[in-house]
Each structure stands twice: as structure tokens, then as C-alpha cells.
Design a binder for this molecule. Structure first.
Ligand code: EPZ
Length: 420
């Protein structure tokens, strides 16, 4: 618990190396349960959600050693198949341990992850797919009791390309009997990373990154060594920070191929971009421009996780942008907070009209989720005067020491911890 104290007016500029991807490392940490040997992961971000994952793995009986960005996990000593409800509430993506535990132990007990600020976030697609593959699910008082005496491969048709459902089906099917095919699978880079890890452990998977993924069940998975790929949302966050503060940023580790749509929008608002194989250089324009519409969607569309950050940037652009959030039903909480800082945004259901203003002013604002919090941080750096952003615990879930990174690059950001 705490708040970020930000002195506005800084210009984000210089060179920064992007960390490993939160949304890639979390499913891979769950997948280590399936490996019957030691796993070594490099370039892991040091964020709260990774700590929570390591607590879960330790509570299940796995051996876990973390040294900086390196994590070694040995799940041969795993002896439990139940994850406490408080852990599940702390981190929604713990639902992925359902697939991993069932794939390894054929049983699992897990609290039903609730919704969160950005939406109800049901898991119906996960559970329907599991039942089709032979999992028996009994829910009592919000606890999911699952057993899978015989896991059989199946053709799963997802009604929406859900990232989590695709990941959970992958975890469940790699050791199932026979062939599983996921139709309308998510195509996000984080799916590709998870498949790379599972394949390094000996899984037989084809088609990742396309809407159809085929998995041939194998009897055993061995250990692996993997470097976590870069975080495309952290990269987009820092590029937006430079763009909205008139900066110039050389972002090492960012790969254009996984950020195409985000980079297109940054060019659309007037930024100059130069892309190298594993770096992106951004030069901010003297004035940002908007007068276009922007819709979020499943990859490769504009990422929903970038929507709050881009909205923050657009509050200062000359013109109006009509934003449409098609992925989550309640992901505009940051808009009201940005208006406290002088932004002019009108929300109508899943649409937001962002009317650019000349400047923002500091204010006391509240983060309600990870990306909304980051959006407020960026606005506070670009604003005139001092801001306080409460709810720092949300931001710490997904950004490694963002206060140090933004200060290193020219912002004036301090984290003031408060006792719970
Ligand atoms: C992952 O969440 C990410 N989280 C989210 O990032 C990201 O916003 C999201 O994918 C979309 O890209 C992690 O990877 C840990 P979904 P996930 O299943 O898997 C509905 C961040 O800030 N749905 O693709 O939960 C759901 O309600 C976080 O890093 C069902 O209806 O996303 C949502 O409207 C936020 N039934 C839509 O699908 C289901 O069974 C997309 O959800 C599953 C999902």
C-alpha cells in the first residue's frame, strides 16, 4: 500500500531496456508444474505477481530459488493440489494452475477467481473445455473441486479467442491421451512463449500464433531452460511516456513484430519511430495529433492493455479520438481520474471520446488496476504541478520498480510506502 508522489514537467528521454513479460512468465511459472525435472527461467521481471506465483509453487511443495531475474523451479517434490482462496483472489491468473495441476496430478482444488475492476472475467470457457476433455468439476462455496481420472484430447471451439482459456487448455492437454485441437485460439505473443516453453520440455504442439493449435499428448515432460521474452505492454508504456512528454527514447529489447499495432498508433499521433531488430527509437512530436478512432481487440489488434496508456497520451493530443474497448466491459476507470487532472473525456458504455487539451495539472488520483495506474503515472509526469497516485500496489503487480525507471529517464517519481 502506498502512493506515488510525482512532480510534473519531466521529459522522458534516454535509453532503457525492457523487462521480461509479466503475461508470458505467469503462465510459464504455472507450466513448470508439468516438468518432471528442474526448470531454469532467465529475464523474469521482479514484480508482485511473480512473487505470488512463487508463493503458490512453494505452497504446493515445489523447490523454488530466485536470484534477481533468474528463477529455478523443481516441481518433482510437489505434494499438494489445492491452492488457497486468498492466493487466487490476490492473482486472477492463478486459474492457470487448474490446468497445470490437472495435467500433472489429475486433480486440483482452487478458489473461483472473482472478477476485478475491469470486468466480471468469467472462466466459463476454461471450465467447458475442461469438461469436454474429461474433467469432473464440482463447485461448492466458490471452491472448484476438479478430478480427471482420464484426460482425453478433444476438438475445442472457443467462442472468443480467450488468452487464459487457450493457455489453460494447453496446460491441460500436453499430457492428455491423444490429440487436442483448439479452434479460435488466442494468437498473442504470450501464447507463443508458453508453447516455446512447453515444447522445450518435450511437448508436441503445432500452430501457435494461429487460430488453430494442435497438441499431441505425451507421457512425460522433462526440464528446460528459457529466457522470458520482452514485455510488449511495458515497452508500449514507456514509449507513451516519452511521446507525451516531448522526449526521445531508445528502448532496447522491444521487437517491432510483436508491437505492430501499438507502433502504428504512435506514428499516427505524430511520433517519429526507427525500429532495429531488438530496439525501438521514438522521437516525440512538438504536439501530438489525434482525429481518428481506435478500437481494442484480440491480437494482432490494438491491445486492450495499451488502451489506458494510449488514452492518457491522447488527453494531450490536438483533436479528438473515439476509443472503443471491445475486450473488457468495464475498463475506463482511469478516465474519471484523468479528468481530475484536467482531461476532457466522455464515456458512453464501451466508447470513450477523448477531446485533447493543452495541458494537464497535478491532482490526487486513485489507481484501480494495473494499467489504469500506469496511465495516471504517465499523465502526472506530463502534467504541471504535483500529483499523488494512490493504489501503488496495483502498479507494482506488473511493473518492476517503475518509479526508479521513470526517474532514471527524467521523470520525478517517488514511491511513498504506507503501512497496511
Ligand atoms: C489476459 O487476461 C491478460 N492477463 C490480460 O492482461 C489481458 O488484458 C487479456 O489477456 C487480454 O489480452 C494475463 O495474461 C495474466 P481473456 P485473460 O481470457 O486471460 C472474456 C494486464 O493488465 N472471457 O482473453 O483473463 C473475459 O471476460 C492484464 O496485464 C469469458 O467471457 O483475458 C474478457 O472479456 C489485464 N469467459 C475477454 O474474454 C472465459 O472463460 C478476454 O479475456 C474467459 C474470458
Amino acid at each position: 500500500m502506498g502512493y506515488y508522489l510525482v512532480e510534473g514537467g519531466g521529459r522522458i528521454a534516454g535509453e532503457f531496456t525492457v523487462h521480461g513479460s509479466k503475461n508470458a512468465v505467469l503462465p510459464i511459472l504455472a507450466a513448470t508444474i508439468l516438468a518432471q525435472d528442474e526448470v531454469v527461467l532467465e529475464n523474469c521481471p521482479q514484480i508482485a505477481d511473480v512473487q505470488t506465483s512463487l508463493e503458490i509453487l512453494t505452497a504446493l511443495g515445489c523447490q523454488v530459488v530466485q536470484e534477481g531475474q533468474s528463477i529455478v523451479i523443481d516441481s518433482r517434490t510437489l505434494e499438494h493440489t489445492q491452492i488457497q482462496e486468498d492466493m487466487v483472489c490476490k492473482m486472477r491468473s492463478s486459474i492457470l494452475y487448474l490446468g497445470a495441476l490437472l495435467g500433472r496430478c489429475k486433480q486440483a482444488t482452487l478458489g473461483h477467481p472473482g472478477g476485478c475492476e475491469i470486468g466480471r472475467r468469467p472462466i466459463d470457457m476454461h471450465l467447458r473445455a475442461f469438461e469436454k476433455m474429461g474433467v469432473q468439476i464440482r463447485e461448492t462455496d466458490g471452491i472448484l473441486h476438479c478430478e480427471a481420472p482420464l484426460l482425453l484430447g478433444y476438438h475445442i471451439y472457443l467462442e472468443y479467442p480467450s488468452v487464459g482459456a487457450t493457455e489453460n487448455i494447453l496446460l491441460l492437454s500436453v499430457k492428455a491421451e491423444g490429440t487436442t485441437v483448439i479452434h479460435n485460439a488466442a494468437r498473442e505473443p504470450e501464447i507463443i512463449a508458453l508453447v516455446r516453453f512447453l515444447r522445450a520440455c518435450g511437448a508436441e504442439i503445432y500452430g501457435e500464433g494461429t487460430p488453430t493449435i494442435m497438441i499431441e499428448g505425451v507421457r512425460k515432460l522433462h526440464g528446460a531452460y528459457m529466457t522470458i521474452p520482452f514485455d510488449r505492454i511495458e515497452a508500449g508504456t514507456f514509449l507513451c511516456a516519452a511521446a507525451m512528454t516531448g522526449g526521445k527514447l531508445y528502448l532496447k529489447g522491444a521487437e517491432r513484430q510483436y508491437m505492430e499495432r501499438t507502433l502504428e498508433v504512435l506514428e499516427q499521433v505524430g511520433c517519429g519511430l526507427r525500429c532495429e531488430e531488438e530496439a525501438v527509437y521514438l522521437q516525440a512530436p512538438t504536439r501530438l495529433l489525434s482525429d481518428f478512432s481506435l478500437e481494442t481487440g484480440p491480437y494482432p489488434a490494438f491491445p486492450t492493455d495499451m488502451q489506458p496508456l494510449m488514452m492518457s497520451l491522447l488527453t494531450l493530443a490536438k483533436g479528438t479520438c473515439m476509443m472503443s474497448e471491445t475486450v473488457f466491459e468495464n475498463r475506463f476507470h482511469h478516465a474519471a481520474q484523468l479528468c481530475h487532472m484536467g482531461a476532457n473525456i466522455q464515456i458512453h458504455g464501451r466508447s470513450a471520446a477523448v477531446f485533447g487539451v493543452e495541458r494537464l495539472h497535478g491532482a490526487v488520483v486513485h489507481a484501480t488496476d494495473l494499467r489504469a495506474g500506469a496511465a495516471l503515472l504517465l499523465a502526472a509526469i506530463a502534467a504541471e504541478g504535483e500529483s499523488r497516485i494512490y493504489g501503488s500496489q496495483y502498479i507494482a503487480r506488473g511493473y518492476e520498480k517503475i518509479e526508479d525507471a521513470l526517474t532514471f529517464l527524467g521523470g520525478h517519481v517517488r514511491l511513498i510506502e504506507q503501512k497496511e
